[in-house]
Ligand binder design. Sequence first.
Ligand SMILES: [Zn+2]
Length: 414
Amino acid sequence: MIRVLTGATLIDGTGAVPVPDAAVVVDGDRVAAAGARGALSWPDDAEVIDVRGRTIIPGLIDAHDHMAAHGYGLATRLGLDEPASTAHLRTARVLADTLAMGYTTVRDGGGLDTGFKAAIEQGLIPGPRLVLGIQIVSPTGGIGDRVSPSGHTCCAVYDPLLPNSVANGADGVRDVVRTMVRAGADVIKTATTGGASSRPGHGPLDPAFSLEEMRALVTESHALGRRVMCHALGGPGLDVALVAGVDSIEHGCYLDENPEHLRRMAGEGIFFVPTLLVYVYHRESASPHVRARAHDLQKHHVASIQRALELGVPIAAGTDAGGHGHPKNAGELRRLVDAGLTPMQALRAGTQWAARCLALEREVGTLEKGRLADLVVVHGNPLDDIEVLLDPARIELVLKGGAVAVDRRAQAAR
Ligand SMILES: [Zn+2]
């Protein structure tokens, strides 16, 4: 079936100047053509959807999320406060709500098993296309090693599709990478430093994994056709990640501290996924050590982004949502604008550039002939005000693979 959206302003994700009075021709699940309406044609029996006065953008992409994480409280993190079935249904709701905000692709950095992806692909529940990390690979004491402050490991949710991700030594690391791939990992998520919300003693500048271990991890991941997304905030662990050759630095808050780091990323095309949104949340944390870390890194984080822009480091938008940001993931785009990106750059960080980060740029991220027809019809223009993407009422129509995922046009004031 051919479906044509006509009359809107088209922002195709490539960085091209927006096209007023455009048309997007969708044939089945793909874009057949996109551009000025007068230059395109379509069969008489095509379904024509008039979206005059609106803006069409590519489906949004979150390059770093945790869809199955629902809070930072200890009982929630350890899976103690509700039945696993309730938590899974909560996750299904988050998947649906996130898609309904125009997010048609999400890379999950750990916690979501392949059952959710299968359920979406089978049409059991609505949700974005998923790129799964399964679990965070780290050494003992790293962020993938979930131990309560009392020292107990009693309570992790038992899910054989979320296997143990703690590994030590090159052989141990290779074993865990293979285990993640067996469990359905599309990408290997690892961590070479602590983070803002990590336990006291394992903070943003504290390392995890030796260079030998990280080299084994990257080599094995690449041999199995998986990219490596690496949580690394600063200090020697950030250095190890870059020298080992990871594909993206997640968070990267202290990249400004060593000028070589961003130069290397620019030269090698290593992506920077800053995840500003999660630190907005952590700055208000009830835990003093988390709050202090989030405040300390803030000016470094912004300086890192500005230097990355100067050097041409590829930036992808990721929220690290999970217990704080769902489903207003576009808050990250607003934060990127605050940090110095133009609205067009922020939009590309959440579309084309994120698609490249996920190695999906031939499928999604732009509205060009041959791409999957993932698109959002927005009431308002995000280049004038990026915050329109945070308002559900303005996300009027979402197509995923040419199919209508969400249609709020009946409710919308036209
Ligand atoms: Zn993460």
